[in-house]
Design a protein around this ligand. Structure first.
Ligand SMILES: C[S@@+](CC[C@H](N)C(=O)[O-])C[C@H]1O[C@@H](n2cnc3c(N)ncnc32)[C@H](O)[C@@H]1O
Length: 221
């Protein structure tokens, strides 16, 4: 399926934005948000880079930026409330190595990013679209997995977590025994990736007593 015919993986609703988020959005937007070509062109350098797709409230993005100041951490999120939350954290911690994309990650990866670009791509608790008729809205489908493979550097890491077993099983089928990927064990990861903070959606899943599942893969070709 071509991306043009693909249904979006999100439905934008006017979510509630707190006054703190709103203030952070107006005060720190220019510093962190990639909202024009010039800002986008200026971020690529030799620094190792991480992409956090659908960062929600940005717990992982902020933690990585603080723990790995030598890395560029790029976060993508369509909801302004989540971006506001990450901007609050980024400002409080004076994080200089975060950049934020406020748009759909699919056309961004397809059209704006060179191949073999990221060291690590994270996708934690993507919207599960649990009803069968909505499965086609899930981000992780064959075409998107191929796109992620293209944008990772050779030997780069793709780290996926979900609490929806059907989503996990379907994704596993696409990735395991796929010659482009090799499964990694958590022990193979560097410590900072093993000790990631719990995200908001991870906490919700735990409260609802859903099992957390994860897959870690290395791009082999
Ligand atoms: C269930 S939340 C998980 C958030 C976070 N990773 C966590 O673990 O708490 C999924 C997030 O992905 C974002 N999202 C969904 N589709 C997206 C897309 N195509 N591009 C960018 N963000 C997207 C949604 O807005 C939502 O905040």
């Amino acid at each position: 399926m071509s991306f043009q015919n693909r249904l979006k993986s999100f439905v934008l609703r006017r979510g509630r934005i707190t006054s703190n988020q709103s203030r952070a959005l107006s005060e720190h937007w220019d510093r962190y948000i990639l909202d024009n070509e010039e800002k986008l062109n200026n971020i690529w350098s030799q620094d190792p880079s991480v992409l956090d797709i659908g960062f929600g409230s940005g717990e992982t993005t902020a933690y990585l930026a603080k723990t790995k100041p030598e890395m560029l951490i790029l976060g993508a999120e369509v909801y302004l409330s989540g971006i506001g939350s990450l901007l609050i954290k980024a400002n409080e911690e004076s994080l200089n190595n975060i950049k934020i994309l406020n748009s759909d990650i699919v056309p961004f990866l397809e059209n704006k990013v060179s191949d073999n670009c990221f060291d690590i791509i994270l996708m934690f608790y993507p919207d599960p679209w649990p009803k069968r008729k909505h499965h086609k809205r899930r981000l992780l489908q064959k075409d998107f997995i191929d796109l992620i493979n293209k944008k990772l550097k050779l030997n780069g890491t793709f780290y996926f977590k979900t609490d929806w077993i059907h989503y996990f099983d379907e994704t596993k089928k696409l990735l395991i025994n796929n010659p482009n990927w090799r499964v990694l064990q958590k022990e193979n990861l560097e410590e900072y990736l093993v000790n990631l903070p719990r995200t908001s959606f991870e906490n919700k899943a735990l409260q609802a007593k859903r099992k957390l599942n994860e897959l870690i893969l290395q791009k082999t070709c």
